[in-house]
Structure formats: C-alpha cells, structure tokens
Write a protein that binds this ligand. Structure first.
Ligand code: GCB
Length: 607
C-alpha cells in the first residue's frame, strides 16, 4: 500500500495535479468573473513554495504563501503578506504593469478575495483559466486544486463541494514564467516572455450532468451537394440516458439525438444553408438542449480540404492573402487579450485586404478566434513547438500533445480555423521528424476536418531555394519560411531565384519579411530603412508572381513590430523586432502598400 501511495505522489509530481477535462464554449456558459485587481507577492526565491531545505511546503504550512497571511495573535510571526499596495490587473501580463517587471522571469503569487452566493445544490462549480504563462499552481481557501503548464491554452478544475463559502474566499495562484530546456516553448524564442494571468479567470456554474464538449460541422462529402449534411458529436460530463435536442432556429431545424452513455454522434441533412467564407462570414445560432443543460453557440459551416496541389474552401480553390500576428498590442507592447484588442488587430488585417492570419507562434486568446469567425478571416493556429525543443524527450512530446489537445478542444467549432500547425522552424533530425509527425497524426486524429501543417525551413544554394524537409510528407500543405534578401543576399536576388519543391502539394509561404524602423528613411540599400523593407517586399512580390503552380498563399512576417529580447541593435531595434508593416505607433510603413497592392490584385484573380 505504501508503495502505491509513493507511486501516486510521484506521478502527481511528474504529471502535475490532475485537471478536470476541458469545458468548451465558456464564453456562453453561466460564469462569475474573477477578473480585476489581484494582490500579489513577487517571490524570485520561491520562498512561499519551498521551505529552507528546498522541499515543497505541506498544504497547511503556515508559511506557505497559499495560506492566510493574517497573524493569529500579536506574537505570531508572518513573513509574507498580500496588500492593496501591490496589485496587478487580471487578465494582463505583469511586465507592463510596473517597471520592475519589464524583464522579470520567475514566480509571482496572485491573490483574489471574493464572496460567493450559494448556488442550487445540484450545480457544480468549476474554476476556469483562459491562460496563465507558464506554470500555474492553484489554491482555493488553502487547498490545492491543481497545477497546469503551458502558457497559451485554457484549463479548469472542479471546485470540491463545500469548499466555497459565502464570505471571504481567497484564490491564490502561483505563476511562474521561467524558461526551461524541457518545456514548450523552450529557452529560446524570438518573442517577449510575458508572465502572468494573461487571460480571463472565471467560475463556471454547471448542472451535475452537463455537455462538456461538442462538434457541429458541415460534412465534407456534402459541400457541393444541394442537400447539405451536418455531423458531429456531443460529450457529457457523465453517463446519461435521454434525448438531446439540436436546433438551428434560423433554418427552422430541430432534431433529437439519442444519448445512451457519456457521448453521442449525429449526422443530419439540413435545409439550404449559407456557407461561411471570408466574403460571407455567416454564423448560425446552434442550440443544444439536454435534460439539465443548454448550450448556445454561433457556428459557421464550411469545408477546407486539399486536392492535388490546391487548397479548396467550400469546394473552390482559395488563395491565402495572409499575415502573421503575435498576440501583442504594440503600443505600449503588452499581451493582447480582450475583444477590443482582437478588433484592433483584425481591423489592421482588413486594411491590408488580407483574408487570412497566421497566429504565431502559440494559440491566441479565444476572443481573437471568435472575432475572426465573425469578420471572415481565415486562421492558422499553432502550438509553440518552436526552434530546438528537446525532441528526444518523451515527456516533452507529452507536453506538446497536451497543448495541441487543449488548442483543438477549445476551438474546434470555429469556422475561421482552417490550419492546425504543429510547430515552427524545427531542425532536420530524425528525432524531430518522428516527434513532429506524431503531432501531425495526433492533430488529424483529433480533427480530420482541417488541414495540418508546420512552418518549415528552406535551404538556398546558388540561387536555388529547395523545399525538401522530410516533415513535408506528413503535412497537408507544405509551408515554408523564406527570407531571401534579409537573412542572406539582397532583395534583388529574388529575381533569379528558382524554387525546387519536392512535394506535389499546396505550397504556402508561412513567413517572409525584413526590418524597418518606422520613420527611418534612406535609399533602398540602407538597411533598417522603410525604403529597404519596401524594396524587399517589391522583389518578394514579383517572385511570388512567378511561383510554380500549387503556390497557395503567403503570410509575411509580420503585421506589427513586436518586443523581442534577442533584438539588440542600439539604433534600430532596442528590444524590438521591427519587421512589422505597422510601426510601434500603428503607423503604416511603406512596405504595407506594396503588399496591399498585391493582395488587391490577387483578390481580383481569386475572389
Ligand atoms: C522566423 C521566426 C520568427 C522570427 C522571424 C525573424 O523565421 O519564425 O519567429 O521572429 O523569423 O524576425 O527573424
């Protein structure tokens, strides 16, 4: 017995505390927001977590920072404390909220006090986080609910019955954004490691048997038929035996689905349906009603597939007029998270006349995807398997799969998402190809309705740009990052470049770009000037026009300048990667107009 207990606690240590399976469509559930001002303690030595022998403190250790800091009497010694003098906004990164945090990487303890009116006894309560970067240890009223790793995906815990009180609850989250070689991303990236509770925190109130997750999609086989079919499934929190109602009121569509167990699948013919597309981003209200639960969502119906070297959206070839985006508002340089942030970024995308975004290099917040759904912008969504992570490590693969799973689970009902990407610019080794191909397989198993890809590298020799990365045999589209004229050569080298592509699949240029400091001018040969970047784009665009058949689009790097600690040119960078088409202040650089003109032309050719 002792052995089993030791094994169990070892497992908890290795895997973290078990989380409750992810609840989807949280924005449309009954929730209580815990956003707002949270008190904090900065704890670079992790004193609140480890004792002086560097052992994790016991749950009821009075010096643990998850336990009350209020002295019990006047002789009581307390060496930690939360105060209204130290508060951070949630959601938000800590880096921009106080100058001492700009480069901080380590532990910050967050505390939120709240009252909670007793809900009906049959309601379950879950604590849901949109994202915390990177590791979160979560304690409610002194009891550990669990832990989660991964800075860009949601997680939730069921709150044990009777733990919540009417008055004086305190939720404490230890947030740690230190980088490690065996995490995802790893030590090295080209973006700011914003720490904190970066997305919403909510209590979600649900009936005892509720619909946890579901999929409602247009069936690929019916896209060109007059009679369209929708298909999908519903998963319950536990087994039920009942009839579930699926409704699409605008279509006057109502069908019952029999559920016997904890899930059910369905497939129905529906009356004439307007398909979702960038031109017409039609969303239908879909309602699922079970005996105890009711879910409403807005869902667009479309298909995406590959035929030979073409990408087909709703059965017709599509060209991705894309642009890459980091989840960052450049002025002042902070994580984006709200609806207003999403609108600000996607309005810029619309100004460029783009129809697609590559959300680099990690899953962005749910507001962004829902906004893309309603504005009609196609989305590439990616997990942060970036550069050289620890590909030989099975535990790292497990972490990557977990993030992939959380990304797909949250967003599988969003019509805008057309590509799941399993990573960016990973090196050519056997271990990496095995690792990445497993991720491709996992994505396909979880969601056969979308394309799976990864941003690969090219290699260039004597003017020949070769695309032959072995991972290309596993992905649906071959996507490559290419910077001819910035990292190597000059922009006019594009004129004689030849493309040698091993695969007879759609080719997508997932990145290309050059830096320019907004407002810095020179002749086109002057690096860092807007004129150099403009020249770069002119030559690249001309090369794109000569690409072999199968060329299906591009997403240049990048919409906005963004913070990056790797970028230390004291005149032109100062901690910023300035490849944006918009500068730090939201002003368009000259290159913006070159790309826009190309996109206007492509829109006419392939509306
Ligand atoms: C890349 C990376 C991207 C970088 C960019 C650059 O290839 O994928 O994350 O920020 O190049 O600016 O070098």
């Amino acid at each position: 017995m002792k052995k089993i207990i030791v094994l169990f606690s070892l497992l908890l240590h290795v895997c973290g505390y078990a989380q409750t399976p992810l609840i989807t469509n949280v924005p449309n559930r009954t929730t209580i927001s815990l956003n707002g001002k949270w008190q904090y303690i900065v704890d670079p030595y992790e004193t609140g977590f480890y004792n002086y022998r560097w052992k994790e403190r016991n749950e009821n250790d009075r010096e643990a920072y998850w336990n009350s800091e209020v002295p019990e009497n006047k002789t009581d010694r307390k060496e930690h404390g939360y105060t209204n003098k130290n508060v951070l906004n949630v959601p938000g990164d800590w880096n921009l909220q106080d100058p001492k945090f700009l480069y901080y990487e380590g532990t910050v303890w967050y505390k939120k006090s709240f009252d909670f009116k007793n809900v009906a006894a049959d309601k379950k309560v879950f604590l849901h986080f949109g994202a915390v970067n990177y590791k979160a240890d979560v304690y409610l009223n002194g009891k550990k609910l669990g832990a989660h790793k991964g800075g860009f995906t949601p997680f939730n815990f069921e709150v044990p019955p009777n733990l919540l009180k009417e008055k004086g609850n305190f939720l404490i989250v230890k947030v740690d954004n230190k980088r490690y070689a065996d995490e995802i991303p790893t030590l090295n990236t080209d973006w700011w490691n914003y720490g904190g509770i970066t997305r919403d925190v909510q209590l979600v109130l649900l009936p005892s048997a509720f619909m946890r997750d579901y999929s409602v999609q247009l069936s690929k086989s019916s896209v060109l038929a007059k009679e369209k079919k929708i298909e999908g499934w519903v998963k319950f929190s536990n087994g039920v035996n009942e009839n579930l109602l699926l409704e699409i009121p605008e279509l006057k569509f109502k069908k019952e689905i029999m559920v016997n167990g904890d899930s059910a699948a369905f497939s129905f013919t529906v009356p004439a349906l307007a398909l979702w597309s960038p031109k017409l981003p039609k969303l239908y209200q879909v309602i699922l009603t079970s005996k105890n639960d009711k879910i409403k969502d807005k869902i667009g119906f479309r298909t995406i597939e590959v035929q030979g070297d073409k990408i087909l959206l709703n059965g017709s070839p599509v060209f991705f007029r894309g642009i890459c985006i980091h989840e960052e508002i450049p002025n002042p340089g902070r994580r984006a998270s709200s609806n207003a942030d999403a609108l600000q970024l996607l309005k810029q995308v619309k100004e460029l006349n783009a129809n697609m975004v590559r959300l680099a290099h990690y899953p962005h917040n749910e507001n962004m995807i829902r906004m893309a759904d309603s504005l009609g912008i196609l989305v590439w969504s990616e997990i942060p398997v970036y550069w050289t992570i620890d590909f030989d490590n099975a535990e790292v693969l497990r972490k990557a799969k977990q993030q992939l799973n959380e990304m797909i689970t949250r967003d599988r009902n969003r019509a805008s998402i057309i590509v799941w990407s399993v990573g960016n610019e990973t090196p050519l080794t056997d271990a990496r190809t095995k690792f990445m191909s497993e991720l491709v397989q996992t994505a396909k198993q979880m969601d056969g309705s979308r394309l799976v890809s990864a941003a690969l590298e090219t290699h260039t020799e004597n003017g020949v740009i070769t695309v032959d990365d072995p991972l290309g045999q596993y992905t649906d589209i071959v996507s490559v990052n290419e910077y001819l004229g910035w990292y190597g050569g000059l922009p006019n080298d594009c004129r004689n470049a030849q493309w040698k592509i091993k695969y007879d699949k759609p080719l997508f240029i997932s990145e290309t770009g050059a830096e320019a400091l907004g407002g810095f001018h020179g002749d086109s040969l002057t690096r860092w000037s807007e004129e150099y970047q403009q020249w770069f784009y002119r030559e690249q665009v001309e090369m794109m026009k000569r690409m072999p058949s199968g060329f299906s689009g591009l997403s240049p790097w990048i919409l906005n300048d963004f913070r990056s600690p790797r970028r230390n040119n004291p005149l032109y960078q100062q901690g910023w990667n300035n490849k944006g088409l918009f500068d730090h202040n939201g002003k368009k650089k000259k290159a913006f107009y070159v790309l826009k003109a190309y996109y206007d032309e492509m829109e006419k050719k392939m509306p």
